[in-house]
Design a protein around this ligand. Structure first.
Ligand code: AMP
Length: 224
């Protein structure tokens, strides 16, 4: 099963994708992480993507699809995967379904207000070495400025400054929000309020997944 997490930047998609990945045993794929890896490596693709990421604008589809295809075609995605940060607009969704239309799918939106997002994202820190995410408001590292997982230095993402956050939110409203209607019509869209703590949001999401897994299994047995 494929799970798509929708929601504005800072809604907690990455954190929830990580928890779901552990619980369900399927990988999490974040196009933002994949792009940041390429930028850190200084690859040709990374160099092309860098300016747009820094400004909070969407990276060209050619680049996004190139890294995404590469990742989804790996063996660990055969049983399913969780998408975080993709698709970002209806055009990406439609192009995606022409390439990968082989899995049951659930789309879950985590909704949060703009001011709450600014508050959260300006407090977000990521590990320079392994990419683990922390938040100084509600998910602090055990030792100040040090990653719990690998001991790496914690830094602020370049695009987690207030003016860029507000810009990313505008991009979300304009480009990504129409996807909600798109999936609503497809009949596989669910929404959870993202204004609770991490575990509570996880429980809300997992309840949706469990009940749909049952439905998918029943549907499959109808064909047997
Ligand atoms: P994220 O980590 O999902 O907030 O993404 C960080 C940045 O990476 C975005 O602001 C975009 O510049 C770029 N990005 C991530 N995913 C996509 C995508 N699916 N399409 C275009 N740009 C993307």
């Amino acid at each position: 099963m494929r799970i798509i997490l929708l929601g504005p930047p800072g809604a907690g998609k990455g954190t929830q994708a990580e928890l779901l990945s552990k619980k369900l045993g399927i990988p999490k794929i974040s196009t933002g992480d994949l792009l940041r890896d390429e930028i850190a490596k200084g690859s040709e693709l990374g160099i092309k993507a860098k300016k747009k990421v820094e400004k909070g604008e969407l990276v060209d589809d050619e680049l996004v699809f190139a890294i995404l295809k590469n990742r989804i075609e790996r063996d660990d995605c055969k049983k399913g995967y969780i998408l975080d940060g993709f698709p970002r607009n209806v055009a990406q969704a439609e192009r995606f379904y022409k390439m990968f239309n082989d899995q049951e799918e659930l789309v879950i939106e985590i909704s949060v207000s703009e001011d709450e997002l600014v508050r959260r994202l300006t407090s977000r820190r990521i590990c320079k070495k392994c990419g683990a995410t922390y938040n100084l408001l509600f998910f602090k590292p055990r030792v100040e400025n040090k990653c719990d997982v690998c001991g790496g230095e914690l830094i602020r993402r370049d695009d987690d400054r207030e003016e860029v956050i507000r810009k990313r939110f505008r991009v979300y409203e304009k480009e990504t929000k129409p996807l909600i209607n798109y999936y609503y019509k497809k009949g596989n869209y669910f929404r959870v309020a993202g204004d609770a703590d991490i575990n509570e949001i996880f429980n809300r999401i997992y309840a949706i997944i469990k009940s749909n897994m049952r439905r998918f299994a029943e549907r499959k047995s109808d064909y047997l």
